[in-house]
Ligand binder design. Structure first.
Ligand code: BG6
Ligand code: MG
Length: 211
């Protein structure tokens, strides 16, 4: 029996993905690069700089390292302004009740997110109290699909990857989980991905896994 759940943040626990979309769109529009939901889906789970590279590859100009850093900072500035509007009401009762139920069943819970803004989001949404460990973009060198963020989360919990489920909405996150030897649970986009071990429709379906 597994001992823990490691949750992706954006698109799983809360819906910051719409803010990522809005912030990247501001940058892409300025550069006259086409940007829509299908491009945004390719950025799920991917680090800020790698996301920027994907967007720039859709245009025809080349950019210096300094220009890229400025563009990424600009995106993050817009994104953090949007995050300021977040409150605990941005996390559904379904998510909160499921996390509480998992804790009461004795599971350890962790966050495994590529985002460097994880601490701000957890604070704004009053989510930190549910988790025994947080591994995020601030403690890793390689972003998903590399397994580092999840392996670190398991290490922070004092567990091995065989003890933990990963809950993800991104294909890159499922690939990261599989590469690290975890059992993966996919929701949203990741529930339609052929490599996902367990596909769920809605967050509380996790409870059927954790019997
Ligand atoms: C992930 C998101 O959680 O974090 C990605 O799914 C995002 O879309 C990545 O690019 C990095 O986020 P941040 O907050 O460090 O720019
Ligand atoms: Mg995600």
């Amino acid at each position: 029996m597994k001992k823990a759940f490691i949750f992706d943040l954006d698109g799983v626990l809360c819906f910051t993905d719409k803010y990522h979309y809005e912030a990247w769109k501001t940058v892409a529009d300025k550069l006259c690069i086409p940007f829509d939901e299908s491009v945004n889906d390719r950025l799920r789970g991917v680090s800020r700089m790698e996301s920027l590279e994907i967007i720039l590859s859709l245009g025809d100009k080349t950019y210096s390292e300094e220009e890229k850093i400025k563009l990424a900072e600009e995106k993050n500035g817009v994104y953090r302004k949007l995050l300021e509007n977040m409150t605990p009401s941005n996390v559904s009762d379904e998510v909160r009740r499921t996390l509480e139920e998992l804790k009461s069943r004795g599971y350890k819970l962790a966050v495994g997110s590529s985002s460097k803004n994880t601490p701000l989001i957890l604070e704004k949404c009053d989510l930190k109290k549910y988790f025994d460990a947080v591994s995020d973009g601030n403690n890793i060198k390689h972003s998903k699909p590399d397994p580092e963020v999840f392996l670190k989360a398991a290490e922070f919990l004092g567990l091995g990857s065989g003890d933990c489920y990963i809950v993800e909405d991104a294909e890159a996150g499922i690939d990261a989980g599989k590469a690290g030897g975890f059992t993966t649970i996919g929701i949203g986009c990741a529930a339609r991905y052929e490599k996902t071990d367990i596909c769920i429709n809605t967050f509380k379906d996790i409870l059927q896994t954790a019997v």
